[in-house]
Design a protein around this ligand. Structure first.
Ligand SMILES: [Zn+2]
Ligand SMILES: [Zn+2]
Length: 346
Protein backbone atom coordinates (compact mmCIF):
# COMPACT_ATOMS: atom_id res chain seq x y z
CA UNK A 1 0.00 0.00 0.00
CA UNK A 2 1.07 3.56 -0.40
CA UNK A 3 2.24 5.48 2.60
CA UNK A 4 -0.62 7.79 3.54
CA UNK A 5 0.55 11.15 4.82
CA UNK A 6 0.33 10.89 8.56
CA UNK A 7 -0.16 14.57 9.17
CA UNK A 8 -2.16 17.54 8.00
CA UNK A 9 -1.13 21.13 8.01
CA UNK A 10 -3.14 23.52 10.18
CA UNK A 11 -5.18 26.35 8.66
CA UNK A 12 -3.14 29.01 10.47
CA UNK A 13 -0.72 30.20 7.76
CA UNK A 14 1.72 31.74 10.24
CA UNK A 15 2.31 28.48 12.12
CA UNK A 16 2.19 25.24 10.14
CA UNK A 17 0.91 22.74 12.68
CA UNK A 18 1.32 19.04 12.03
CA UNK A 19 -1.24 16.89 13.80
CA UNK A 20 -1.92 13.20 13.23
CA UNK A 21 -5.02 12.42 11.15
CA UNK A 22 -7.61 10.32 13.01
CA UNK A 23 -8.01 6.78 11.63
CA UNK A 24 -11.77 6.65 12.24
CA UNK A 25 -14.18 9.23 10.76
CA UNK A 26 -15.71 11.50 13.47
CA UNK A 27 -19.28 10.72 12.32
CA UNK A 28 -20.20 7.00 12.59
CA UNK A 29 -22.30 5.24 9.93
CA UNK A 30 -25.98 5.98 10.49
CA UNK A 31 -28.42 3.18 11.50
CA UNK A 32 -30.00 3.45 8.03
CA UNK A 33 -26.60 2.88 6.37
CA UNK A 34 -26.11 -0.21 8.55
CA UNK A 35 -29.65 -1.36 7.70
CA UNK A 36 -28.76 -1.15 4.00
CA UNK A 37 -25.65 -3.29 4.58
CA UNK A 38 -27.86 -5.86 6.32
CA UNK A 39 -30.30 -5.81 3.44
CA UNK A 40 -27.55 -6.56 0.93
CA UNK A 41 -26.17 -9.35 3.12
CA UNK A 42 -29.41 -11.08 4.03
CA UNK A 43 -31.58 -10.69 0.91
CA UNK A 44 -29.13 -12.46 -1.44
CA UNK A 45 -28.66 -15.25 1.15
CA UNK A 46 -32.42 -15.77 1.35
CA UNK A 47 -32.42 -15.77 -2.44
CA UNK A 48 -29.92 -18.65 -2.51
CA UNK A 49 -32.03 -20.66 -0.05
CA UNK A 50 -35.18 -20.04 -2.08
CA UNK A 51 -33.31 -20.89 -5.28
CA UNK A 52 -33.15 -24.64 -4.61
CA UNK A 53 -36.77 -25.55 -5.44
CA UNK A 54 -36.67 -23.10 -8.33
CA UNK A 55 -33.78 -24.95 -9.91
CA UNK A 56 -35.78 -28.06 -10.66
CA UNK A 57 -37.30 -28.11 -14.11
CA UNK A 58 -38.29 -24.50 -14.45
CA UNK A 59 -37.15 -21.02 -13.41
CA UNK A 60 -33.55 -21.52 -14.48
CA UNK A 61 -32.30 -21.46 -18.06
CA UNK A 62 -28.86 -21.47 -19.61
CA UNK A 63 -29.42 -17.77 -20.36
CA UNK A 64 -29.37 -17.10 -16.62
CA UNK A 65 -26.22 -19.17 -16.18
CA UNK A 66 -24.38 -17.31 -18.97
CA UNK A 67 -25.47 -13.84 -17.78
CA UNK A 68 -24.65 -14.73 -14.17
CA UNK A 69 -21.23 -16.08 -15.09
CA UNK A 70 -20.33 -12.99 -17.16
CA UNK A 71 -21.38 -10.62 -14.33
CA UNK A 72 -19.53 -12.80 -11.78
CA UNK A 73 -16.29 -12.71 -13.77
CA UNK A 74 -16.49 -8.97 -14.52
CA UNK A 75 -17.31 -7.95 -10.94
CA UNK A 76 -14.91 -10.50 -9.41
CA UNK A 77 -12.01 -9.30 -11.57
CA UNK A 78 -13.03 -5.72 -10.74
CA UNK A 79 -12.53 -6.51 -7.05
CA UNK A 80 -9.40 -8.65 -7.34
CA UNK A 81 -7.49 -6.94 -10.13
CA UNK A 82 -9.02 -3.48 -9.66
CA UNK A 83 -10.04 -2.61 -6.11
CA UNK A 84 -7.39 -4.84 -4.52
CA UNK A 85 -4.24 -5.15 -6.64
CA UNK A 86 -4.42 -1.85 -8.53
CA UNK A 87 -6.21 0.69 -6.32
CA UNK A 88 -5.23 -0.59 -2.85
CA UNK A 89 -1.71 -1.89 -3.44
CA UNK A 90 -0.59 -0.17 -6.69
CA UNK A 91 0.76 -3.50 -7.99
CA UNK A 92 0.66 -2.09 -11.51
CA UNK A 93 -0.03 1.16 -13.34
CA UNK A 94 -2.69 1.30 -16.04
CA UNK A 95 -4.20 3.54 -18.71
CA UNK A 96 -7.10 5.72 -17.54
CA UNK A 97 -9.80 3.80 -19.50
CA UNK A 98 -8.59 0.57 -17.84
CA UNK A 99 -8.63 2.20 -14.39
CA UNK A 100 -12.17 3.53 -14.93
CA UNK A 101 -13.33 0.14 -16.23
CA UNK A 102 -11.81 -1.54 -13.14
CA UNK A 103 -13.48 0.96 -10.78
CA UNK A 104 -16.89 0.33 -12.40
CA UNK A 105 -16.40 -3.46 -12.64
CA UNK A 106 -15.47 -3.69 -8.93
CA UNK A 107 -18.47 -1.54 -7.97
CA UNK A 108 -20.76 -4.10 -9.68
CA UNK A 109 -19.79 -6.52 -6.88
CA UNK A 110 -21.81 -4.31 -4.46
CA UNK A 111 -19.05 -4.41 -1.81
CA UNK A 112 -19.06 -0.64 -1.29
CA UNK A 113 -17.58 2.30 -3.26
CA UNK A 114 -13.93 1.94 -4.27
CA UNK A 115 -12.67 4.55 -1.77
CA UNK A 116 -14.43 2.84 1.16
CA UNK A 117 -13.13 -0.59 0.09
CA UNK A 118 -9.55 0.64 -0.32
CA UNK A 119 -9.50 2.53 3.00
CA UNK A 120 -10.74 -0.54 4.92
CA UNK A 121 -8.29 -2.83 3.18
CA UNK A 122 -5.27 -0.60 3.74
CA UNK A 123 -6.18 -0.47 7.45
CA UNK A 124 -6.38 -4.29 7.39
CA UNK A 125 -2.80 -4.47 6.13
CA UNK A 126 -1.54 -1.87 8.57
CA UNK A 127 -2.83 -3.82 11.59
CA UNK A 128 -3.38 -7.36 10.23
CA UNK A 129 -4.58 -9.60 13.06
CA UNK A 130 -3.80 -6.95 15.69
CA UNK A 131 -5.84 -4.21 17.36
CA UNK A 132 -7.07 -1.86 14.62
CA UNK A 133 -7.61 -4.58 11.98
CA UNK A 134 -11.23 -4.08 10.82
CA UNK A 135 -11.84 -7.79 10.25
CA UNK A 136 -9.48 -10.19 12.04
CA UNK A 137 -10.92 -13.60 13.02
CA UNK A 138 -8.52 -13.52 16.02
CA UNK A 139 -10.20 -10.44 17.50
CA UNK A 140 -11.77 -12.28 20.44
CA UNK A 141 -8.94 -14.70 21.29
CA UNK A 142 -7.65 -18.06 20.10
CA UNK A 143 -9.70 -20.68 21.97
CA UNK A 144 -12.31 -22.44 19.81
CA UNK A 145 -15.23 -20.39 21.15
CA UNK A 146 -13.48 -17.07 20.57
CA UNK A 147 -12.33 -18.23 17.15
CA UNK A 148 -15.85 -19.31 16.10
CA UNK A 149 -17.09 -15.86 17.09
CA UNK A 150 -14.09 -14.28 15.36
CA UNK A 151 -14.73 -16.17 12.12
CA UNK A 152 -18.28 -14.86 12.00
CA UNK A 153 -16.99 -11.37 12.74
CA UNK A 154 -14.31 -11.52 10.03
CA UNK A 155 -16.74 -12.99 7.52
CA UNK A 156 -19.64 -10.59 7.90
CA UNK A 157 -20.01 -9.08 11.42
CA UNK A 158 -17.44 -6.35 10.83
CA UNK A 159 -19.63 -4.81 8.12
CA UNK A 160 -22.04 -3.72 10.86
CA UNK A 161 -19.36 -1.88 12.84
CA UNK A 162 -20.49 1.77 12.89
CA UNK A 163 -16.87 3.00 12.81
CA UNK A 164 -15.82 4.05 9.34
CA UNK A 165 -12.21 3.96 8.23
CA UNK A 166 -10.98 7.47 7.50
CA UNK A 167 -10.49 8.00 3.77
CA UNK A 168 -8.39 11.14 4.33
CA UNK A 169 -6.00 9.03 6.36
CA UNK A 170 -5.89 5.87 4.25
CA UNK A 171 -6.57 6.87 0.64
CA UNK A 172 -5.71 10.56 0.06
CA UNK A 173 -4.26 9.48 -3.31
CA UNK A 174 -7.71 8.34 -4.50
CA UNK A 175 -9.48 11.38 -3.06
CA UNK A 176 -7.15 13.47 -5.24
CA UNK A 177 -7.71 11.17 -8.23
CA UNK A 178 -10.72 12.94 -9.75
CA UNK A 179 -11.96 10.34 -12.27
CA UNK A 180 -11.76 7.52 -9.72
CA UNK A 181 -13.28 9.62 -6.93
CA UNK A 182 -16.15 10.35 -9.31
CA UNK A 183 -16.66 6.64 -10.05
CA UNK A 184 -16.70 6.04 -6.28
CA UNK A 185 -19.39 8.69 -5.76
CA UNK A 186 -21.49 7.12 -8.54
CA UNK A 187 -21.69 3.86 -6.55
CA UNK A 188 -25.53 3.86 -6.33
CA UNK A 189 -25.66 3.95 -10.14
CA UNK A 190 -23.33 0.91 -10.42
CA UNK A 191 -25.48 -0.94 -7.87
CA UNK A 192 -28.55 -0.25 -10.03
CA UNK A 193 -26.68 -1.47 -13.14
CA UNK A 194 -25.56 -4.60 -11.28
CA UNK A 195 -29.10 -5.38 -10.08
CA UNK A 196 -31.12 -4.41 -13.15
CA UNK A 197 -28.64 -5.07 -15.99
CA UNK A 198 -29.05 -8.88 -15.88
CA UNK A 199 -32.86 -8.54 -15.79
CA UNK A 200 -32.81 -6.29 -18.84
CA UNK A 201 -30.48 -8.60 -20.78
CA UNK A 202 -32.41 -11.72 -19.70
CA UNK A 203 -35.76 -10.15 -20.62
CA UNK A 204 -34.60 -9.05 -24.06
CA UNK A 205 -32.80 -12.33 -24.74
CA UNK A 206 -35.84 -14.50 -23.92
CA UNK A 207 -38.26 -11.73 -25.00
CA UNK A 208 -40.36 -12.41 -21.91
CA UNK A 209 -41.01 -11.14 -18.39
CA UNK A 210 -40.11 -14.58 -17.07
CA UNK A 211 -36.70 -14.26 -18.72
CA UNK A 212 -36.19 -10.93 -16.94
CA UNK A 213 -37.30 -12.32 -13.59
CA UNK A 214 -35.16 -15.46 -13.63
CA UNK A 215 -32.10 -13.48 -14.80
CA UNK A 216 -32.67 -11.00 -11.94
CA UNK A 217 -32.89 -13.87 -9.48
CA UNK A 218 -29.89 -15.91 -10.61
CA UNK A 219 -27.58 -13.45 -12.35
CA UNK A 220 -28.17 -10.55 -9.91
CA UNK A 221 -29.13 -11.80 -6.43
CA UNK A 222 -27.49 -15.23 -6.41
CA UNK A 223 -24.38 -14.02 -8.24
CA UNK A 224 -23.90 -11.07 -5.82
CA UNK A 225 -24.39 -13.36 -2.80
CA UNK A 226 -21.85 -15.88 -4.05
CA UNK A 227 -19.16 -13.29 -4.75
CA UNK A 228 -19.81 -11.64 -1.37
CA UNK A 229 -19.14 -14.91 0.39
CA UNK A 230 -16.03 -15.65 -1.65
CA UNK A 231 -14.62 -12.17 -0.86
CA UNK A 232 -15.51 -12.45 2.82
CA UNK A 233 -13.90 -15.88 2.95
CA UNK A 234 -10.56 -14.22 2.19
CA UNK A 235 -10.98 -12.26 5.44
CA UNK A 236 -12.21 -15.20 7.51
CA UNK A 237 -11.00 -18.55 6.08
CA UNK A 238 -7.70 -17.24 4.64
CA UNK A 239 -6.71 -15.75 8.02
CA UNK A 240 -7.43 -19.00 9.88
CA UNK A 241 -6.90 -22.16 7.80
CA UNK A 242 -4.45 -23.11 5.06
CA UNK A 243 -0.73 -23.23 4.29
CA UNK A 244 1.98 -20.88 5.47
CA UNK A 245 4.24 -21.02 2.43
CA UNK A 246 5.85 -17.66 3.25
CA UNK A 247 6.92 -16.12 6.55
CA UNK A 248 4.43 -13.50 7.75
CA UNK A 249 3.80 -11.65 10.98
CA UNK A 250 0.05 -12.34 10.88
CA UNK A 251 -2.20 -15.37 10.41
CA UNK A 252 -2.70 -15.09 6.63
CA UNK A 253 -2.72 -18.44 4.82
CA UNK A 254 -2.84 -19.87 1.27
CA UNK A 255 -6.11 -21.71 0.51
CA UNK A 256 -6.18 -23.70 -2.74
CA UNK A 257 -9.91 -24.53 -3.03
CA UNK A 258 -10.85 -20.84 -3.14
CA UNK A 259 -8.29 -19.92 -5.81
CA UNK A 260 -10.50 -20.15 -8.91
CA UNK A 261 -13.73 -18.54 -7.54
CA UNK A 262 -11.65 -15.75 -5.92
CA UNK A 263 -9.53 -15.12 -9.08
CA UNK A 264 -6.32 -15.88 -7.14
CA UNK A 265 -7.09 -13.84 -4.01
CA UNK A 266 -6.99 -16.88 -1.72
CA UNK A 267 -3.18 -17.11 -2.07
CA UNK A 268 -3.42 -14.71 0.81
CA UNK A 269 -0.27 -15.80 2.67
CA UNK A 270 2.01 -14.66 -0.19
CA UNK A 271 -0.08 -11.50 -0.44
CA UNK A 272 0.67 -10.55 3.18
CA UNK A 273 4.33 -11.55 2.77
CA UNK A 274 4.65 -9.18 -0.21
CA UNK A 275 1.51 -6.97 -0.49
CA UNK A 276 2.46 -5.03 -3.63
CA UNK A 277 3.23 -8.17 -5.67
CA UNK A 278 0.87 -8.41 -8.68
CA UNK A 279 0.84 -12.21 -8.62
CA UNK A 280 -0.51 -13.77 -5.41
CA UNK A 281 -0.25 -17.38 -6.53
CA UNK A 282 3.52 -17.06 -6.85
CA UNK A 283 4.40 -20.73 -6.33
CA UNK A 284 4.36 -23.23 -9.19
CA UNK A 285 0.88 -24.64 -9.84
CA UNK A 286 -0.97 -21.92 -7.92
CA UNK A 287 -3.66 -20.71 -10.34
CA UNK A 288 -4.05 -16.92 -10.26
CA UNK A 289 -6.55 -15.70 -12.86
CA UNK A 290 -6.10 -12.00 -11.98
CA UNK A 291 -2.33 -12.23 -12.49
CA UNK A 292 -2.95 -13.77 -15.91
CA UNK A 293 -5.33 -10.94 -16.90
CA UNK A 294 -2.82 -8.34 -15.64
CA UNK A 295 -0.21 -10.05 -17.84
CA UNK A 296 -2.50 -9.83 -20.90
CA UNK A 297 -3.22 -6.17 -20.14
CA UNK A 298 0.53 -5.55 -19.88
CA UNK A 299 1.12 -7.26 -23.24
CA UNK A 300 -1.53 -5.00 -24.81
CA UNK A 301 0.46 -2.02 -23.53
CA UNK A 302 -2.38 -0.88 -21.26
CA UNK A 303 -0.65 -1.81 -17.97
CA UNK A 304 2.97 -1.18 -17.01
CA UNK A 305 5.37 -1.07 -14.05
CA UNK A 306 3.88 -4.39 -12.98
CA UNK A 307 5.42 -5.70 -9.77
CA UNK A 308 5.89 -9.33 -10.73
CA UNK A 309 7.21 -11.76 -8.10
CA UNK A 310 10.84 -10.99 -7.31
CA UNK A 311 12.83 -14.19 -7.00
CA UNK A 312 15.49 -13.11 -4.45
CA UNK A 313 13.00 -11.28 -2.25
CA UNK A 314 10.41 -14.06 -2.17
CA UNK A 315 12.97 -16.86 -1.88
CA UNK A 316 14.18 -15.27 1.37
CA UNK A 317 10.65 -15.50 2.79
CA UNK A 318 9.84 -19.07 1.73
CA UNK A 319 9.19 -21.27 4.75
CA UNK A 320 9.92 -24.36 2.64
CA UNK A 321 7.19 -26.26 4.52
CA UNK A 322 5.88 -27.78 1.26
CA UNK A 323 9.02 -27.56 -0.85
CA UNK A 324 7.31 -25.77 -3.78
CA UNK A 325 9.38 -23.60 -6.14
CA UNK A 326 8.36 -20.16 -7.38
CA UNK A 327 6.24 -20.31 -10.53
CA UNK A 328 5.78 -18.43 -13.80
CA UNK A 329 6.06 -14.65 -14.13
CA UNK A 330 8.85 -14.55 -11.53
CA UNK A 331 11.31 -11.88 -12.62
CA UNK A 332 14.44 -13.94 -12.17
CA UNK A 333 15.23 -17.44 -11.15
CA UNK A 334 18.41 -19.23 -10.27
CA UNK A 335 19.88 -21.29 -13.05
CA UNK A 336 20.17 -24.86 -11.74
CA UNK A 337 23.55 -25.51 -13.39
CA UNK A 338 25.61 -22.78 -11.85
CA UNK A 339 23.38 -20.69 -9.63
CA UNK A 340 23.53 -17.92 -12.22
CA UNK A 341 20.53 -15.56 -12.22
CA UNK A 342 18.69 -15.75 -15.55
CA UNK A 343 15.59 -13.90 -16.68
CA UNK A 344 12.54 -16.18 -16.82
CA UNK A 345 10.69 -14.07 -19.34
CA UNK A 346 11.40 -11.14 -21.66
ZN1 LIG B 1 -5.55 -10.30 4.87
ZN1 LIG C 1 -4.34 -6.64 0.28
Amino acid sequence: MTAAPDTITGSDHSVAKRVPLPEIEPAPNSPSARFLVGLFVIVPLLAVAAAVPLAWGWGLSWHDVVIGLVFYVVSGLGISMGFHRHFTHLSFKAALPVRIALAIAGSLAVEGPVLVWVADHRRHHKYSDRDGDPHSPWRFGDDWKALAKGLLWAHVGWLFNPNRTSQSKFCPDLIADRPIHRMSRLFPLWVAVSLLGPALIGGLWAWSWTGALTAFFWASLVRIALLHHVTWSINSVCHTFGNEDFEVRDKSRNVAWLAIPSFGESWHNLHHADPTCARHGALRGQIDISARVIRWTERLGMAWDVRWPDQPRLAAKLTGLRNKPLGAMTRQRLDKSGGRVTPLWR
